[in-house]
Design a protein around this ligand. Sequence first.
Ligand SMILES: Cc1cc2nc3c(=O)[nH]c(=O)nc-3n(C[C@H](O)[C@H](O)[C@H](O)COP(=O)(O)OP(=O)(O)OC[C@H]3O[C@@H](n4cnc5c(N)ncnc54)[C@H](O)[C@@H]3O)c2cc1C
Length: 369
Amino acid sequence: MLRNSVREFAETEIKPKVQHMDDTNEVPMDVIEKMAKLGFIGIMVPREFGGLGMGNMARVIMLEEIGNVSAAMANTLQCIQLGISPVVTDGTEEQKKKWLPSLVRGEGLSTFASTEPVGGSDVLGMQTTAKREGENYVINGRKCFITNSHLPGVHTVVARTGEGSKGLTVFLVQSDTPGFQPGREESKIGLRGCDTGELIFQNCTVPKENVIGKEGDGLRITLSTISNVGRPGITSAALGIIRSCLTEAVKYSKQRILYGKPISELQAIQWKLTDIHTDYETSRLLTYHAAWLRDKGERCDAENAMAKFWASEAAIRCAQKTIEIFGAHGLMKELAPQRLLRDAELLLAGAGTSEIMRLVIARKTLSMA
Ligand SMILES: Cc1cc2nc3c(=O)[nH]c(=O)nc-3n(C[C@H](O)[C@H](O)[C@H](O)COP(=O)(O)OP(=O)(O)OC[C@H]3O[C@@H](n4cnc5c(N)ncnc54)[C@H](O)[C@@H]3O)c2cc1C
C-alpha cells in the first residue's frame, strides 16, 4: 500500500516538474509541502512526535519510488530525514517535543552538515569550531556541499568543541540565527532541483539546549547517522534510477525498429538489458537486506556500505548502457537517459565515496576468517 501510494504521488505530483527542475535547478517547494502533509518527512519519527512511526524498510521503499521519478527529489527528502534523525536517536525528551512535530510538518526543513572544504572523507579533520561561552556556544566556520543548504529551516551541524575523536559535537542551528548565512549555491551537473551549497557561521550563537547528545558525542552521532540514514537514502535513490533505466531501456528497445524488427531481438541489446536487470535485482536485495537488519536492531554498517557502494556504481553503468541502447536519442536533453546518468554521477560521493565504502566493508571482511 505504501509503495503504491508513493508511486502514485510521484507520478502525479513530481513527474510533471522533472524537466523544469533539471532546466532551472529550482526546488519545487510545493512538492515538499505536500510530502510533509502526507507524512513522508516523518516516516520514521515516532507517532507520539507526529511521525508515521514506520521502519527502515518502509523508508527505502518510499525513497526508491520517489527516486524512480526524480533522484533529485529523493535526495532532498532523504537529507531532510537525515537532519532530523539525530534528534530522534539522541535528543532528550524535551528536545524531541520541541523540535520534532514542527519538523515533521515541514515547518522548517532540515539539513545534516558535516562536510567542509578541507575534505568530506576526513570527518575528524573538520575545522568549524563551537566555543562554550556561558550558557551558549559560538560557532565559526564553513560547511560545503550541504543538501538543502538554502532552504529555510534547522541545520544539524557538527562542529569541533575539543581535540580528537571526542572533540566533535552536534548542534541544531535555526537558519534565522544571527551569525548564520547560506553561502555559495552550487550548480551541479545532476540532481538538479535539489539544493546544494555552503553554510557559513560567523560568531553564530546558539543556546546549550541546542546540543544533541552530549558534548563530545559528535563523531559517534555523525558516523551512525550517515551510515544508517544517509547511505540507505542515497542507495534508494540509486535503486530508483536503475529501475528507471530498466523501464526506459526495455520500452525503447521494443519500439525501435532496425532491419525490419525491434532492436530488442538483437542479442547484443538483450545482454545490455539483462545486465541492467541483474544490477537492479542485486542492488534491491542489498538495499532491502540492510534495511531489514536495521529494523531487527542488528548492526549493519558493512551492509549499508555494501548496498551504497554497489547501487551507486550500478546506477552509473546502467545509465550508460541505457544511453547506448537509445543511440543518439539517449544524449538528447528532452529524453531521460542522459539525466539518469548525470543524476547517478552525483550519488557516488554523497554519504561517502566508494573508497570509503570499501574501508567500511573491509573491517567486516577481515573479521570473517
Ligand atoms: C549530491 C551530494 C550531496 C551531498 N550532501 C551532503 C550533505 O547533505 N551533508 C554533508 O555533510 N555532505 C554532503 N555531501 C558531501 C559528501 O559527503 C562528500 O562529497 C563526501 O564525503 C566526499 O568528500 P569530498 O567530496 O570532500 O572528497 P574527499 O574527501 O576530498 O576525497 C577525495 C578523493 O579521495 C578519496 N579518499 C578519501 N579518503 C580516502 C581513503 N582513506 N582511502 C582511499 N581513498 C580515499 C575519495 O574517495 C575521493 O576519491 C554531498 C555530496 C554530494 C555529491
